[in-house]
Design a protein around this ligand. Structure first.
Ligand SMILES: [Zn+2]
Length: 364
């Protein structure tokens, strides 16, 4: 059984973690913790918060009109008319209410305003529809989701110049999307969710000076084939990206092979990223594509789910279950093996490319 003080502090911690309801009156907090507004222990608890610097106390004027009740301001300027419901207090014989307010010292939560999703190879799967549907239904507001399709990549992944070409196309498309977003008064930085081969394309865009103008919000990589030593910190320091969550599937068997089959790739989605500014989080039961299974996706995007929390909460207190740091520095696999597989890859590409090209003409 929890003591009242423990319940009060649990509520305060929750607010600081989610960044929601950081400002409240004693009565509002009392309601939230099932206490009476006259509860002395609660008043003492709030005094303590102020003394320890967790919260500041301010006096606020509030509109006394029943349907309005809004906070008018925290300074001493007297209000004779409500700026919201336009009630003239003197005329109506009303007095402005003076209330103590508390403000917790913490970052506020952020909204997901719009998002770009970059899938892996060949996923024409049902999850794309599921994803848009879930995002549209789970959020408190509408956030457009652009699902970036780079076509039907197969042997293309074997050859580096083709990656660059695909990354250039994607960068150009993102630039257009950002332009559309800003003209419709959305923020210029999309949040990104990238999976598998899509993560590699994203890393190429970040490294390409042609796309220095593109800035991103929070980035989630799932089943990443980006190398563990990718310099995320540089991009965070240059304010090109806000934060990165690397979601690792402990049972991912595709990611460790990527460096042998795909030039420039690495096992970031298994080993983790070395950059200190990144959140590495491991799910013990996920394989390479389990993130996007409808029932998993639903949980990840739901309020309190890992992805939703990462995208909306202040990150100073973000420490989800499964968090880990990369302990040993990562080195690419033996050069010999990578070299041989690269040559085989190029040969396959040369042999199969004409067939693939022909098929693409028929099935774009
Ligand atoms: Zn009013």
């Amino acid at each position: 059984m929890k003591t009242p003080e423990e319940r009060y502090s649990a509520e305060i911690s929750r607010r600081l973690e989610t960044g929601d309801d950081l400002e409240f009156s004693l009565a509002q907090l009392a309601k939230a913790v099932d206490a009476s507004p006259d509860d002395e222990a609660l008043a003492v608890f709030l005094d303590q918060l102020v003394k320890t610097g967790t919260a500041t106390r301010l006096t606020a004027q509030r509109c006394p009109v029943g349907g309005c009740g809004r906070v008018l301001g925290s300074d001493d300027t007297p209000f004779s008319v409500c700026p919201y419901c336009h009630t003239d207090y003197q005329q109506e014989g009303l007095e402005v209410l003076i209330e103590d307010f508390y403000r917790l010292k913490g970052e506020t939560s952020r909204d997901i305003r719009w998002m770009i999703v970059v899938h892996g190879m060949n996923s024409r799967a049902a999850w794309q529809e599921e994803f848009s549907w879930q995002i549209a239904n789970r959020l408190r507001y509408s956030a457009p989701v652009l699902i970036y399709k780079y076509g039907w990549a197969t042997i293309d992944v074997l050859v580096r110049p083709v990656h660059r070409h695909l990354a250039k196309q994607m960068g150009a498309r993102i630039r257009i999307a950002i332009k559309h977003a800003t003209t419709s008064r959305r923020p210029s930085r999309p949040d990104i969710i990238a999976h598998s081969f899509g993560t590699l394309l994203l890393s190429l865009i970040l490294e390409d000076p042609d796309f220095d103008d593109l800035r991103f919000g929070r980035i989630i990589t799932a089943g990443s084939i980006i190398r563990p030593n990718f310099d995320w910190n540089r991009h965070i320091a240059r304010n090109r990206i806000e934060a990165v969550l690397n979601h690792v599937g402990a049972k991912d068997s595709a990611v460790p092979l990527a460096q042998y089959a795909i030039p420039g790739a690495g096992p970031g989605g298994k080993v983790g990223y070395a950059a200190t500014g990144v959140f590495n989080v491991c799910n013990d039961s996920f394989g390479h594509s389990d993130f996007f299974e409808p029932e998993n996706l639903r949980l990840l995007i739901a309020e309190g789910g890992l992805w939703h929390s990462f995208l909306t909460h202040p990150l100073a207190r973000f420490l989800p279950a499964g968090s880990f740091v990369l302990e040993r520095s990562w080195k690419p696999g033996p050069l010999m093996i990578r070299g041989v597989s690269r040559v085989v890859g190029y040969m396959l590409f040369v042999l199969i490319a004409p067939v693939s090209w022909a098929r693409r003409c028929l099935d774009p």
